[in-house]
Design a protein around this ligand. Structure first.
Ligand SMILES: Nc1nc2c(ncn2[C@@H]2O[C@H](COP(=O)(O)OP(=O)(O)OP(=O)(O)O)[C@@H](O)[C@H]2O)c(=O)[nH]1
Ligand SMILES: [Mg+2]
Length: 427
């Protein structure tokens, strides 16, 4: 446990209705005594107290104070909370006074969460969930982040670890009796196979980075097809320039938008055609192709015959106000000018996006987590291919090590530093 005690304003910048100052560490108790000049309030009971600077006898504020003795607190340490009037002057005065107390220091970003981690109150995946939750802007992001923060991945890992330990124990027992003929039986390969398929399932789970940055919907096709007009119509604002000239859009235009609680990034591209006339046009097409590679969904405004056979593509029949729809064209018929077909297109995009966001009460997997789940699956797969008990035991150890990395039992310092760099002070 850290010997220092930290304090910070945990609520938003003043002025605000109420400002919450949190204190965590062994001197939390003394801080309350120092500021109130009275005995501690009852544990976990909001109590009105006058806060006084004992040096000057200055009344700083009348505040609700909470005394939260550890270890049953978010950080696992003794804590105190001061619910102040949310003015700059009150907050500054209280923080200044706290700074005079021996053993207290201002908290660095994420300091409270780091203590929670160090005291075993949260695992690494929960901290990642918390970071996602603090950054969440859409319902889909919030749902995934809460599931992670609340420990869903940690529980999965606990189950996996138990299962692997059971097989490991079985093998150790067999190794102990390796001379006795009847003790020679194969380990529980069925159990390992189930774990491998579960882990592989999670490898294909929706990506947390996609959920954070938005599902990438790229509009592509030949020049003048109506891509920019459709982008504007879909997102409801004039993000891209539209003109009757072919080759209007030359660069990539990215427009973030939330539809039905799901974050999307709509991406308009330069028209694709055979011969680029100048180097700007050629570069525009290169960028369009790069956008297509990283796309999750592609709205193709070209002829059906020119559409690649790829499940990410959705054929769009644009400008249907100009000409009747060809019955052989199976695309979604839309007009950016009249709005016809746009609700249907929104629904189709929503349906395609469905598999790219986690189902409710589940969560998306980030690159770091995916890496360790991959290592876990790989080690188990190797164990199941092996017949030598010693080697099986070794692969199972690797599988468990991958789980430890996944929830941060080992090797986490740099991950934590990177995570907390993005945290607010007071969290
Ligand atoms: N009637 C009609 N005209 C449209 C529709 N959509 C686009 N247009 C017109 O078609 C022309 C080209 O539209 P854009 O949206 O600029 O086409 P684009 O595919 O982005 O073109 P580039 O950026 O040059 O590749 C413009 O004159 C638009 O007004 C539509 O639904 N109906
Ligand atoms: Mg355009």
């Amino acid at each position: 446990m850290a010997a220092t005690t930290v304090f910070a304003l945990s609520s938003g910048q003043p002025p605000s209705g109420i400002a919450v100052v949190r204190i965590s560490g062994p001197a939390a108790r003394n801080s309350l005594l120092f500021l109130t000049g009275r005995q501690l309030p009852l544990a976990r009971r909001a109590t009105l107290r006058r806060l006084i600077d004992p040096g000057t006898n200055d009344l700083l504020d009348q505040a609700l104070v909470l005394w939260l003795p550890g270890p049953d607190t978010v950080t696992g340490e003794d804590m105190a909370e001061l619910h102040l009037h949310g003015s700059r002057a009150v907050v500054d005065a209280v923080l200044d006074t706290l700074g005079q107390i021996e053993g207290l220091e201002p908290a660095k970003p994420g300091a409270f969460t780091r203590r929670a981690f160090e005291n075993g109150r949260m695992d690494l995946s929960q901290i990642e969930g918390l970071a996602d939750l603090l950054a969440a802007e859409t319902a889909a992001q919030r749902r995934s982040a809460i599931a992670l923060e609340e420990g869903a991945l940690g529980r999965l890992v606990t189950d996996w670890r138990k299962a692997v330990l059971a097989v490991s124990a079985q093998i150790e027992a067999q190794l102990d009796h390796v001379d006795e003929e009847d003790a020679q039986q194969s380990p529980d390969t069925a159990c390992i196979a189930v774990l491998v398929s579960e882990a592989r399932h999670w490898l294909h789970a929706p990506s947390a980075e996609r959920l954070r940055n938005g599902i990438r919907v790229v509009l592509a096709g030949p020049p003048n097809a109506g891509k920019s007009s459709l982008l504007n119509a879909l997102i409801g604002r004039d993000a891209a320039i539209v003109s009757p000239n072919a080759g209007t859009t030359r660069d990539i235009i990215e427009a973030p938008v939330t539809l039905n609680g799901i974050p999307f990034l709509f991406i308009d591209t330069a028209g694709l055609h055979e011969a680029g006339h100048d180097c700007i046009e050629v570069e525009g097409m290169n960028r369009a192709r790069a956008a297509l590679e990283s796309a999750d969904i592609i709205l193709w405004l070209g002829a059906k015959e020119t559409m690649p056979d790829d499940s990410r593509y959705l054929l769009i029949c644009a400008k249907i106000d100009l000409a009747p729809v060809d019955p052989h064209n199976l695309g979604v018929a839309v007009s950016s000018h009249t709005g016809e077909g746009l609700p249907e297109l929104h629904l189709r995009i929503g349906a395609l996006a469905h598999s790219l966001v986690p189902p409710s009460s589940s969560f998306a997997i980030n690159t770091r987590q995916r890496k360790h789940i991959g290592e876990f699956a790989h080690a188990l797969a190797r164990a199941s291919e092996e017949t030598d008990l010693l080697l099986i035991a070794e692969h199972l150890r690797h599988a468990r090590a991958a789980l430890d990395l996944l929830v941060g039992r080992t090797g986490v310092e740099d991950v934590l530093d990177a995570l907390f760099a993005g945290f607010c002070i007071g969290k």
